[in-house]
Design a protein around this ligand. Structure first.
Ligand SMILES: CC(C)(COP(=O)(O)OP(=O)(O)OC[C@H]1O[C@@H](n2cnc3c(N)ncnc32)[C@H](O)[C@@H]1OP(=O)(O)O)[C@@H](O)C(=O)NCCC(=O)NCCS
Length: 119
């Protein structure tokens, strides 16, 4: 694969958006949001947590682009005092879950859903 660059395409104190570019073509994107921007003076402090999302263009998957984008998200979060990363993923998305597990993520909590329209 030609050289891949990761650029910030938007950033403020609580959020950073990234794109991955190969030969001037955008091949993936990610964003990371700080959920609890660290503040000083809290007695019982919540664990500073960031949430991220990532997507790689079909045809470019399996080349390490997703992993590189996630590592950038983690690095930026760490620089902002974040101690914990979270994300939401469908249990059917086995490929993505395999990548997250390989990067040290573990299953955490359970979201429950009930439809009230009978569907
Ligand atoms: C999940 C996703 C971001 C991973 O990005 P990627 O660049 O393909 O991943 P990497 O190349 O860094 O890592 C490869 C690993 O990703 C996983 N993977 C998921 N989908 C894959 C695909 N279509 N092709 C190859 N690997 C895939 C595998 O676990 C693979 O590891 P393996 O080779 O040991 O099986 C990407 O496949 C994608 O955009 N999928 C569709 C959108 C999506 O599911 N986003 C996440 C929602 S929570």
């Amino acid at each position: 694969m030609a050289t891949m660059l990761i650029d910030a395409i938007g950033e403020d104190n609580a959020r950073r958006a990234l794109e991955a570019v190969v030969s001037d073509v955008m091949v993936g994107s990610a964003s990371v949001d700080l959920e609890n921007p660290p503040s000083t003076g809290n007695m019982a402090r919540a664990v500073p947590t960031a949430e991220f999302g990532v997507s790689v263009v079909e045809g470019w998957r399996g080349h390490g682009i997703g992993r590189a984008l996630i590592e950038h998200c983690e690095g930026w979060a760490r620089e902002h005092g974040i101690e914990r990363m979270i994300l939401t993923v469908s249990t059917e998305n086995e490929g993505a879950i395999r990548l997250y597990h390989a990067m040290g993520y573990r299953d955490f909590d359970l979201v429950m859903l009930k439809r009230l329209d009978g569907a």
